[in-house]
Design a protein around this ligand. Structure first.
Ligand code: ADP
Length: 307
């Protein structure tokens, strides 16, 4: 096979209590990429539609992640990449992760799958390092594994795939304001109190258990963030009202998606997820901020081949 076209899912990272360690892949929003083998070595990005992003290999996360793979591959040729962006860069739903994972997944596929998913996560993390200055794995892991993932450890990298409750839906609203990932990292404190630590790891454990047991109430109770959200939510207008109104509309919980400005909720069933979407829309219409909104099932497969 010389060429492959893939769907690269958007992802929600952090998921309230799991800063830098939890993430989940979405089904109804993502980019598309075409990757093809070339005789010449190296990587060239030949097309980029939908967003104004650099085509230079070393300035685009797809190029940087791809080069990390190429360095370790026993392959003397190279690749050409076309990127069709549907996820806006800086949205907080894993725009950079979609491109870096799509590139390495497709290349691995064209080479006959010499690398494991965990190795692909490592290559894709180099793309995240370019995008945000930090090689975090909480978006790239769910994009590659599908469903929910836990980064149990970064050194050594240990990714734990987590079961997806079948009736779980995500509603994500992206207010059209700019919050730079680097800025939303800068405002975070580097120390936490023991009291908040105890609350936070209780919730991480509760959330993971709730997902495995399909216990929607436990999932809802565990969607709490005592460390990051109180600081970051200040950057997102209307966050507190959205949280209050979506919970009233039946959402299990509500938090900041990635480093924002997108806000996510989880609901049991599509009907509630749609009701939650209406509550979110109303708030941003009242405030006068434009938005994109997505209601999505959880993507259990991760990146997939499309025609
Ligand atoms: P998100 O939170 O949606 O993942 P990030 O802030 O992590 O967005 O990443 C966006 C940054 O990565 C921007 O600075 C953008 O210019 C850079 N970037 C480089 N290549 C790409 C790409 N192919 N797709 C998206 N962003 C890219």
């Amino acid at each position: 096979m010389e060429e492959v076209r893939v769907f690269c899912p958007a992802t929600i990272a952090n998921i309230s209590c799991g800063f830098d360690v939890l993430g989940v892949a979405l089904d109804s929003v993502g980019d598309e990429m075409v990757v093809r083998k070339t005789k010449e070595t190296g990587i060239r990005i030949t097309k980029l539609e939908g967003q104004d992003l650099p085509l230079e290999t070393n300035k685009n996360v797809a190029g940087v992640a791809g080069l990390a793979l190429l360095e370790k591959a026993e392959y003397t040729g190279g690749f050409e990449i076309e990127i069709y962006k549907k996820i806006k860069a800086g949205s907080g739903i894993g725009s950079s992760a979609a491109s870096s994972t799509g590139a390495v997944w497709a290349m691995n596929h064209l080479l006959g799958n010499p690398f494991s998913k965990t190795e692909l996560v490592q290559f894709a993390m180099e793309g995240e390092r370019l995008a945000s200055g930090v090689a975090h794995a909480d978006n790239v892991a769910p994009a590659l594994f599908g469903a929910f993932t836990l980064v149990r450890s970064y050194t050594p990298l240990d990714i734990v795939p987590i079961k997806n409750p079948s009736e779980l839906y995500a509603t994500v609203i992206h207010p059209q304001i700019e919050v730079k990932t680097s800025d939303s990292r800068k405002i975070l404190k580097t120390t936490i109190s023991l009291e908040n630590g105890i609350k936070q790891w209780g919730n991480v454990g509760g959330l993971v258990a709730g997902l495995f047991m399909e216990d929607y109430d436990l999932i809802g109770r565990s969607l709490e963030d005592h460390i990051i959200e109180p600081i970051r939510s200040i950057l997102i207008p209307g966050f507190n009202s959205i949280k209050e109104e979506t919970i009233k509309s039946g959402a299990l919980g509500c938090g900041i998606s990635g480093s924002g400005p997108s806000i996510f909720t989880f609901s049991k069933g599509e009907e509630t997820a749609q009701k939650v979407a209406e509550a979110m829309k109303k708030i941003y219409k009242n405030i006068g901020i434009d938005f994109d909104i997505h209601v999505s099932k959880i993507n259990t497969q991760g990146i997939k081949i499309i025609n």
